[in-house]
Design a protein around this ligand. Sequence first.
Ligand code: NDP
Ligand code: 8X3
Length: 257
Amino acid sequence: MKLLSHKIALITGASAGIGEAAARCFAENGANLILAARRLEKIENLAAELIKQHKVDIFTFQLDVRNQPEVEKKIMALPDKWQKIDILINNAGLSRGLDKLHEGKLSDWDEMIDTNVKGLLYVSRAVIPGMVARGKGDIVNIGSIAGHEVYPAGNVYCATKFAVDALTKGMQIDLVDTPLRVSAVDPGMVETEFSMVRFHGDKERAGKVYQNVEPLTGADVAEAILFCVTRPPHVNIHQVRIMPTCQAAAMVLSRKG
Ligand code: NDP
Ligand code: 8X3
C-alpha cells in the first residue's frame, strides 16, 4: 500500500516546474491525479508517462485559472469518479517582469494578480465546498519567500504572494471547525520555467538567475508538499519554508565562481 493510494489530487499548473514535479511525486506514491494547465499537450504527455510508469489513473483538462466561469464549469463537470477530490494543490502561478513600481507594466500586474490571487481563489471556491460536505480534504497553497519579504522590483509579485499567505491563514481560520487541513509551502529559488516566464522568454537573463548556485528542484518542493498531506489527521502543517542551502533570503545568495 502506497502513501497516497486511493487519494485523488488536483494539481493546478501541472504542465511544468513544481506542479509537474508534484504530479510525478504523487503518482509515485499511488495518488490518482487530476492535472490542469493551459498547455494541454504537456499534461497529456505527462499523464501518459505516469499512467504507464505507476499504474495510476489520471484525468487531464485544459484550464486557465484566471477565467472564473471556466474554472467553475470545468470543476463542476468533472466525471463522477473524479468529483471527490482529497487534495488540492494550488500551484498555478507566475511572475511577470522585474521593474520598479513606477515603471511597471499594467499588463504584467494584471496577469500576476489574476493568476496568483484571483485564480487561486476561483479554484478554491470551486473545490473546497465539496471537501467540507464530505468532511475531508487537504489544501496546499504554493506561496513563496516573496510572500514574507519584499525585494527590489519584486513589488507586485511579492504583493500577490503576501496575499497567498493571507489567504492560507484565512482558510485555516475559516475551516478550523472542519477536519480539513490547509498548508502553505513557501519556497525560495527553484529552477523551473519561472524566470523564463518572468523575463518574457529572455533565455539569457533567465539563465543568469541560476548561474553558480544550486537552486531547489521541483522535486525538492514536491517532497515538502507530500509531507504536509501525509501527516496523521490531527496534524496540520501550517507552513513550510524551504530554501536552497546557498540562499538565506530572496536577495542573499552565495554564488560560487
Ligand atoms: P513554472 O513556470 O515552471 O510553472 C508554472 C505553472 O503554472 C505552469 O504549469 C503553468 O502552466 C501554470 N500556469 C501559469 N498561469 C496559469 C493559468 N493562468 N492557468 C493555469 N495554469 C497556469 O513555475 P514554477 O513551477 O516555479 O511555479 C509554480 C508556483 O511556484 C507558482 O505559484 C510560483 O509563484 C511558485 N514559486 C516558484 C518559485 C521559483 O523560484 N520557481 C519559488 C517560490 C514559489 P501553463 O503555462 O501550461 O498554463
Ligand atoms: C519565487 C521566488 O524570490 O524569485 O517566488 O521571487 S523569488
